[in-house]
Design a protein around this ligand. Structure first.
Ligand SMILES: *[C@@H]1O[C@H](CO)[C@@H](O)[C@H](O)[C@H]1NC(C)=O
Length: 348
């Protein structure tokens, strides 16, 4: 084959490939356009107001201040944070000095902080004017959450609370394994122990049961390196649950990607906290099961019904709903708020 036939073959192959690509694109385009139901409900996507106003994710506390059942997800999620802060004594801290300044300053390490709602709500609820200084470090395993939360925090907080952007550091890191943190993560977290903050807290809202190999490394780190107190929402194994329920619960935990022994009884939980450097006398564990599971189950059912009218399914959250229903009925785990003071702390 001489070089000119060779060149012609390449040109033909090129033109042929190009025509084939055009044909495939055309066929694909026609199929997509034919199948998109212009007269159905598929255009909900065009009507949903973006960006979404909130992106909360926790089990929620479904009773309001008047003792009524909450119907709205974001309200339940923010209530759960409020209940934790309330038990920790951090709600509505007022300036203490006569000139309106405060002698107290707040530093928070928040693990599994989500998409920004929790951070924003934490600032709103703890009233920054009650503190002379405020510093927040959030860790998450998900880079998209860092981006999403950063966007919201810097636009909303800086504007409404006049807090400098440096008050917030959001990073992607595995909070369960402090010794594997990159230097910039360690430095950011350790900054909470510097600067003389009077009130230092480690917050874990609805995520600790995922921590692998266990809760211990971060609990110990927070107590001993940060000198922080501990506040959390967690699931605690009912010590009187039947063996069958307990084993089923362990299997469910493993399906959720949790370590095998992640669910602890209240006694084991207290022992672990003491072992990690928290004061035994200070530990408060509040069972809030009745305010959590029935509410979230009802909400998931309602949401599934509402979405199905637009042809959308809740997907995996449907199974989660059935699991939460079983948790609530069998009482195999107790939805609980845990607060514990650092052994070195004299503030309680
Ligand atoms: C623990 O489980 C037992 C047996 O199912 C049940 O009777 C009891 O009410 C549960 N306790 C709590 C605090 O939920």
């Amino acid at each position: 084959m001489d070089s000119s036939t060779y060149g012609r073959d390449i040109a033909l192959a090129f033109v042929g490939g190009f025509l084939a690509a055009v044909a495939i694109l055309l066929a694909g385009g026609i199929t997509v356009l034919r199948n998109s139901d212009a007269y159905g409900l598929g255009h909900w996507k065009l009507n949903a107001k973006m960006p979404l106003a909130t992106m909360w994710m926790n089990l929620g506390y479904w009773t309001n201040a008047d003792g009524e059942r909450v119907q709205v997800f974001e309200e339940a999620c923010s209530n759960l944070l409020r209940e934790i802060l309330s038990l920790a004594g951090l709600l509505g801290v007022e300036p203490t000095a006569d000139d309106g300044t405060s002698s107290r300053s707040l530093a928070v390490l928040d693990v599994g902080f989500g998409c920004g709602d929790q951070t924003l709500e934490l600032v709103r609820l703890t009233q920054p004017r009650g503190w002379s200084d405020f510093r927040y470090v959030g860790l998450t395993m998900n880079q998209d959450q860092v981006y999403s939360a950063s966007r919201r925090i810097y636009s909303e907080l800086a504007a409404s609370y006049h807090l400098p952007a440096e008050s917030f550091t959001l990073l992607c890191a595995n909070a369960a394994v402090p010794r594997a943190w990159k230097p910039r993560v360690s430095q950011a977290v350790e900054s909470l122990a510097k600067g003389g903050f009077t009130d230092r807290w480690f917050l874990a809202l609805d995520c600790l049961y995922h921590f692998s190999p266990s809760r211990k490394p971060i609990l110990e780190y927070a107590a001993r390196i940060l000198g922080a107190n501990f506040m959390a929402f967690d699931l605690i194994l009912n010590e009187s649950a039947s063996l069958r329920d307990t084993l089923t619960m362990r299997a469910v935990g493993m399906m959720m990607g949790c370590p095998m022994k992640t669910f602890l009884t209240e006694e084991q939980y207290r022992e672990q906290l003491v072992e990690c450097g928290y004061d035994a006398e200070s530990i408060v564990i509040r069972d809030i099961t009745e305010h959590v599971f029935p509410g979230v189950v009802k909400f998931l059912d309602d949401q599934e019904r509402a979405l199905s009218q637009y042809g959308i399914s809740l997907g995996g959250y449907k199974l989660a709903g059935r699991l939460f229903d079983w948790f609530g009925r069998s009482k195999v785990v107790k939805a609980s708020i845990v607060v514990a003071r650092n052994k070195g702390s004299d503030k309680w």
